[in-house]
Design a protein around this ligand. Structure first.
Ligand code: HEC
Length: 168
């Protein structure tokens, strides 16, 4: 017997028609589990600590908002918010400055021309290192490559923190 079920089960050569059974089907071998259907994209998640992070006190950087050198290639000015007890070390970080676990740093960006609010960047200090996120105006986490953030921030002088423009 050749073709039909037998061919499908045994996969032995049955002449030129042997592939007909498979026309249009996937090329996985019989019996192999179907590839898992990709998970639907996760719904956007708000940063858990958004309420407290958004309310951190503004660091006094300069009279006018400085131009961001790190984010947006010159498109944005920015402001920074941080817990009051780390303002001092943010303003003048030195090489061995460390930020305690639990520290959150928030950078808000503004279109340099229109002043319109742009993306928000947050760094959260854990014992093991910093967690990086880009957020929208309501604190929802944007899908970004955290490693890119981390790599560039590793170049910063103090504990991956760039600090005020005058201190760089
Ligand atoms: C190409 C380098 C670069 C990349 C990539 C980058 N940053 Fe930055 N970041 C900077 C620089 C430089 C500053 C200093 C302020 C400025 O220029 O905007 C900064 C400032 C910050 C600050 C304020 C604290 C500080 O270090 O002064 C936060 C928070 C921040 N970045 C988060 C992020 C997050 C989150 C990402 C990834 C989504 C990211 N950054 C990617 C260069 C970078």
């Amino acid at each position: 017997m050749c073709g039909g079920l037998a061919a499908a089960l045994s996969l032995v050569g049955c002449g030129p028609n042997q592939d007909a059974e498979w026309a249009g089907s996937s090329d996985r071998p019989m019996g192999a589990p179907a590839a898992p259907t990709p998970a639907p994209p996760e719904p956007p998640k708000q940063l858990e600590s958004w309420a407290s992070v958004a309310g951190l006190s503004p660091v006094e950087l300069s009279a006018e908002r400085p131009l961001s050198l790190g984010h947006g290639g010159g498109r944005y000015t920015y402001s920074v918010q941080a817990p009051a007890d780390v303002h001092e070390r943010y303003l003048s970080p030195v090489r061995d400055t460390r930020f305690p676990a639990g520290t959150a740093l928030l950078e808000r960006t503004f279109d340099a021309k229109s002043g319109e609010a742009g993306p928000i960047f947050v760094m959260l200090r854990h014992e093991s290192g910093w967690e990086f996120h880009e957020l929208d105006a309501k604190g929802f986490i944007q899908p970004r490559d955290e490693e890119r953030c981390r790599r560039c921030h590793t170049e910063a002088r103090a504990d991956s923190v760039f600090g005020a423009p005058s201190s760089r």
